[in-house]
Design a protein around this ligand. Sequence first.
Ligand code: F0G
Length: 465
Amino acid sequence: MKTVIEPFRIKVVEPIKMTTKEERAHYLKEADYNPFRLRAEDVMIDLLTDSGTSAMSAAQWAGIMRGDESYAGARSYYVFRDAVADLFGHKHIIPAHQGRAAERLLGMAVLGDQHVVPGNTHFDTTRANIERAGSEARDLPIPEAVDLGAQHPFKGNIDLARLEDCLRELGAERVPFVLITVTNNSGGGQPVSMENLRGARALCQQAGVPLLLDAARFAENSWFIKQREEGYADKTPREIAQEMFALADGALMSMKKDAFGNIGGLITLNSDAWAQAVRNLLILTEGFPSYGGLAGRDLEALAIGLEEILHEDYLAYRIASTAYVGRHLAWAGIPLLQPIGGHAVYLDGRRFCDHIPDEAFPGWSLSTALYEHAGIRACEIGNVMFGREEADGTWRWPDMDLVRLAIPRRVYTQSHMDYVVEAVTEVYEQRKSIRGMRFTYRADALAHFTARMAPLPASSTVSSS
Ligand code: F0G
């Protein structure tokens, strides 16, 4: 059989509120044309993020009932610790309430103002936490990563030649660790190969610098390695994940992705000194080291999620269903980032809305049009998120102005995805009617979350170029 079916059936449902285009135009205006400001109940298909939005399994809900809420040394902590230890293999296992808490704790514990943290592409909260500690977050993606159409099986790889130069130039005094994100979210949900990780490991070892993984989507990365890298077809996703983690000295993880958690995070470390420093800071702001800002019930659900995420049937369905959306959109001629990533499809805002110049935010304008047309909420990862005003008042735009359709895990069915394909195709057919946007309020940092926008008059949208 060719048809890939969802390897689960539905036991509990949440109704979707159906809305009309007129209603959505009103909600959008009320939200100042910022999808983050919409009420979630006014969204029909929510593709804003795959983070914390997973459907939990019956087994996870059963685990929640078993949660031990003791302040210290809860049984649920040991269940969690054992599940993590088997997979990650690192000496110290420290829960945190989500990924960015883990980033902040490690950053505060080990980073200083002369430090540089190289990576493939740091996620925005990771970058912000590194910078907050006074250090530099340095992205070293391979050149293909910023070429939207370039086909590369492991487009998330770190550029080993540039990493080698960086380590040679700065040495272990200036580089406290290297952080590789699997899969590379900011680079389009693209995987990192085992060969690349092995190469990075060798360079780090030579320089005496620890290698850490940002493991938010480690299971999806393992599946890509199984499918695409020679020598891995017969290995299980768990064996591949264990091999990835064995190459690293520790990991940070947002467990809101590949652990099917609605909340949760993790730090694993081999270094006793770093673990001690992190635990001491954790007590200050997150709670006791055996719960790290989570409830005992969360720890139970995460332990089960870490096991379920590696099921081959699930991963085969997961990657195939994201590819399905991408393939159908590509067939309809819609410009998007290739190859299709693990957790999301990324539309190319600039080519989709080629009548809208950068300063009128093509990707953002597209995301609002998609909501108004079909009630689909997507996330711009482009000019609004990363655009910077220079000292002389000119604007610098990022390499790519993308609109991410992130697919929550085990939440939507194939007909929901068919609806998404149809909606994006219809918006593409009417793309010349999409109007550009301008800011009416812009915060200094992480502007996209709180931005207020307004559509430009139709006549001023058209690019002069
Ligand atoms: N690292 C990566 C690769 C991420 O994608 C995220 C979150 C984080 C760290 C931070 O984790 O949200 O638990 O604090 N990504 C979400 C997204 C928000 O929509 O891509 P967090």
